[in-house]
Design a protein around this ligand. Sequence first.
Ligand code: ADP
Length: 329
Amino acid sequence: MERRQKKVSRIAVLTSGGDAPGMNACVRAVVRTAINEGLSIFGIQGGYEGLVEGDIIPMSMRSVSNIIQRGGTILKTSRCETFYHKVGRKRAYDVLREWNIDGLIVIGGDGSFRGAHALCEEYRINIIGVPATIDNDIYGTDLTIGYDTAVNTALDLIDKIRDTAESHSRLFIVEVMGREAGFIALAVGICGGAEEILVPERRMSYEQLYEAIKVWSKAGKTSSLIVVAEGDELGNANQIAARLKKDYNIDCRVCILGHTQRGGSPTATDRLLASRLGYHAVLGLIEGKSDVMVGWVNNQIVFTPLEETWEKKKPLDEELLQIYKTLSR
Ligand code: ADP
């Protein structure tokens, strides 16, 4: 049987924006799928910065050996100022032409997708985005690469904090990542048995928080945990602690998990997701898809126009919010 005609023959892959565990597993999947499909595959080092500078290397089966379990990204990543401007993207396109590259896979977050979309609009180049960010705040996929690992890392730390909170009968405020989204906070809060979860998607006043704290104390809880997403409107963990002390004379300890949540070996869930999305990104390019993101929705591969991935908002799971309210009392 005759094989379908391939719409690309020389493709490249880059990782861009904030790093996320599982990016390496995805690079590996892209490289090996491409080679298996008879394509030439190149790695662009340092995200869009490397693209603009022409920092490109040929990839082989062996260049991605022994990386599926490693956090970070072997291709490195960057924030690239020049790529925000037409002149920078022109340079990027010239580099791609020079190398005869006709397809590009961008592994990153919504900022990286905005850049990819701009390049697609301006030049004839096929691009597929793969969602990788610990925040999980991208529309068009139930999960982003790195989210599950970040949740598990944060949870591990929260379990440890709970031990000390319990021993000293203390109130702890733990700040997790998620600037504009509460996905990490909600998952970690439920799994860590938090008494309260503060997320940007749900408004809560200081009075309400104080009332909630009074209720737990009366209910006989000997330790309590508040999990707060870094972008919550009440403020960051330190500000909340200072306000609780000043207005209500409540003592609490603060723990900011910070960048520990970005690192570490990806979980099995992230490796599976990264392998699956990387594989389908290459097949998508071969079929001629472009200006889309490959995602995982209701246990299926779905391609979503890049623009929708940041224009549409992925909601928090309302039922999970309800479940946590019921279980935390
Ligand atoms: P992330 O992909 O994790 O959201 P950033 O928002 O930092 O990370 O975006 C990564 C890079 O993508 C930026 O440094 C820039 O080079 C490029 N980029 C982001 N937004 C745009 C945009 N609106 N137009 C062109 N390029 C962009």
